[in-house]
Design a binder for this molecule. Structure first.
Ligand SMILES: [Zn+2]
Length: 363
């Protein structure tokens, strides 16, 4: 880490780009334009934005990088906000939302004193393209055929949905969990989490997906069982905080188990790991952008696979990119001021009861 900090980020990314032959660059521009856009953005970012390659994923005779970008406080106990996109290669809009937010932040860094003051108090780590190989191949899974969201070492309790909940039959079928161990993409994410979250006073993650449902939803653990997690009081507090501050922005907050149970959920796994060993609470969120609305308005999208997961009409695409910027800003403010709202004592007990009434009455 120490020697990496000394590398000027602009130079390393520029070298990364220059090191590719023109044929490879052309293929990247065609198949992962998001990666090219991200590299350009990071290469031009001010020095306070530090980026590096966590690992490289082999795909079609090339190797594509997973970038990590750090912005803000370097204090070891600072609150952390982790932004992840592109876990599922087909859900490109997730990567695009994280990149759009980064672009907005980077442009404001140059003049916004308030933003720079805020960043003294929080560390933001972004992995906008977690599954570059899957994005290159335009498929949900990574190049080995593994669904990264089914690949953590945690098994569903009770009935997981057949296939959808994760399967070990074949990498040629969807929702393949892999045979053993975590895939390199997930190991890369784990290295970031292990390094930062256990020491942090408070941490949040937002992992951006699309493709399920009519509405934008925010899912939280667990996916592996129907019972509430220990930090459900804090999740309820965060939901109320958002709804009071932004009553006109609608997200449905729900435990993933309200929809279906899955094996190998990454965020279940990290939630348990960090909250067991860590100094502070860790609340992982998954943004599931409801893509069925985009289909209803443009039914011919059904005939294109990418259209099932991504808004294709330009005005709709722009709207999606701008809508979620506010949520990410909110999460950063919530992380900085966590001491002002994280519940304790009686308040925590009340919120826990409210959460159980609201989300778990049937269970
Ligand atoms: Zn997804």
């Amino acid at each position: 880490m120490a020697e990496l900090k000394s590398i000027t980020p602009h130079l390393s990314i520029a070298a990364e780009q220059a090191g590719r032959d023109s044929g490879q660059r052309r293929r990247l521009r065609t198949f992962i334009p998001e990666l090219v856009q991200l590299e350009r953005l990071l290469a031009e970012a001010p020095e306070s934005v530090q980026s590096r390659v966590l690992t490289r994923i082999p795909v079609k005779g090339m190797s594509v990088p997973i970038y990590r970008t750090d912005i803000g406080s370097r204090a070891s106990d600072a609150p952390v906000v982790l932004l992840v996109g592109g876990v599922h290669g087909l859900e490109r809009i997730g990567a695009q939302v994280v990149i759009a937010w980064l672009a907005s932040l980077i442009s404001r860094l140059r003049w916004d004193d308030q933003l720079n003051d805020l960043l003294q108090k929080v560390r933001i780590v972004a992995l906008p393209i977690m599954n570059p190989g899957g994005m290159f191949l335009n498929q949900r899974a990574n190049p080995a055929g593994v669904d990264l969201m089914r690949n953590a070492p945690i098994m569903a309790q009770g009935d997981s949905a057949f296939l959808l909940g994760g399967q070990r039959l074949s990498p040629r079928l969807p929702w393949y969990t892999g045979e053993q161990g975590m895939e390199p993409e997930n190991e890369a994410l784990k290295s970031v989490i292990d390094e930062l979250l256990p020491n942090s006073r408070f941490s949040l993650a937002l992992d951006c997906h699309s493709g399920f449902g009519w509405q934008d939803q925010i899912w939280f653990p667990y996916a592996y069982r129907r019972r509430p997690m220990r930090r459900i009081d804090s999740m309820m507090a965060l939901k109320l905080l958002w709804e009071q501050a932004y009553p006109n922005h609608h997200y449905v907050f729900e435990p993933q188990s309200a929809h279906y149970l899955t094996h190998g959920d990454l965020w279940d796994y990290f939630y348990k790991q960090v909250n067991k060993r860590g100094k502070g609470a860790f609340l992982p969120l998954t943004l599931e952008m409801g893509s069925w609305r985009w289909l209803r308005k443009r039914p011919r999208q059904l005939f294109r696979l990418d259209g099932f997961f991504n808004p294709l009409a330009p005005h709709r695409h722009q709207r999606v990119l701008r809508t979620h910027l506010l949520l990410i800003d909110f999460l950063i403010h919530a992380a900085v001021s966590h001491e002002n709202w994280l519940p304790a004592g009686d308040q925590a007990r009340m919120l826990r009861e409210a959460a159980i009434m609201h989300w778990y009455r049937e269970a």
